[in-house]
Design a protein around this ligand. Sequence first.
Ligand SMILES: C[S@@+](CC[C@H](N)C(=O)[O-])C[C@H]1O[C@@H](n2cnc3c(N)ncnc32)[C@H](O)[C@@H]1O
Length: 288
Amino acid sequence: MRMRFKPYAGPELAACPFHMNDATQYRGRWRETFARPAQPLHLELGCGKGGFLAELASRHPEVNYIGVDITDKVLVLAKRNIERVYAQKGLSIDNVKTLAHDIERIPTLLSAADRVERIYINFCNPWNKKANHKKHRLTHTRQLMLYRPFLAENAELWFKCDDEDLFCDTLRYLPEAGFAVIWQTRDLHADEPAWNIRTEHERMFTEMGIPTKALIARITALQNAPAGASGLTAAGAQADPAAADVQKTGMAAADAKTDAAAAGAKTDAAAAAPDEVRAVFSDGARGF
Ligand SMILES: C[S@@+](CC[C@H](N)C(=O)[O-])C[C@H]1O[C@@H](n2cnc3c(N)ncnc32)[C@H](O)[C@@H]1O
C-alpha cells in the first residue's frame, strides 16, 4: 500500500534534534554524534515507522542506534514513535538517531571509522517484482559487500522476513559475501525469544498466519580474498585492483544465480548451501 504524501514531514524532521539532516557529513564520525561515543553502534536498515527501533533503543541505553529509511513519510512516524516510547519510559533520547538515505548508496554514509557492530534488517523485500528486483534486496550479495567496509570485527547481521524465497536466497547470499549464519529459525514465534521485538510488518504478517523467518549471521574473512580486502567499497576496490576482482566475482556469481532464478530455475537453498551454513541449520536456539 502506497503511503500518502505528508507535507508536514520535512519541516517536522528538520526541527527534530535526533533526526540527522545532511547525514553524509557525519561519515566516519557517527560515534561522536552520540552522548556516549564509546558505546557499540548498531544500525537498522529500512526502519520504516520505527516501532522496532523505538522499543529496542529504549531497552538498551548502553548501545547507540541509527535508523535509516529512504522516505520522510515513514521517518516522521518513526520520530513520533521514538518520542512517545521514550516519554512513556521517562528517558531522554540520547542513544538513537534517524536519517533519510538510499541504502543502495550506503558507502556515502558510513566508513570503516564508524565500526558498526550490528545491522538489523526487517521485512525489507522490494515490492517491485520485475525480473531483476532481487538485486535491490537489502540482503543481496552485492548489498552485503557494501556493508562489509564499515562493520567491526565479529559484527552481526540480524535479519527477519515473511518471505520463504527471500529467506532461502539470503541463506545463499550471506556466505557469498563472507558472512556465516550462526543461528536461524523458520518460525520465530513458535518459541519466541525474549529478545525479539515484533516490527509493524511482523505483526501484520503474523495476523495473516505467515510465520516469521529469522537468522543471525556474523562477518568472517572473505575466502580467497587478498589481505586487507575483507572490507570492500567501490572506492576501496578501485584502490586495490585485486580486491575489485574478488568483489566483481562475488557479484557476478550472485547476479548469475539471481538471473537463473528469475528465468524459472528452481533451487533448494538448504541443499545448495555451503557446509558452513548447513552446519548451523541444526544449531539450537541461542540466548541473547
Ligand atoms: C516493508 S517496510 C518494513 C519496515 C519495518 N522494518 C518493519 O518491519 O515493519 C520496508 C522499509 O524499507 C525501506 N527501504 C527499502 N529499500 C530501501 C532503500 N534502498 N533505502 C532505504 N530504505 C529502504 C522502505 O522505505 C520501507 O520503509
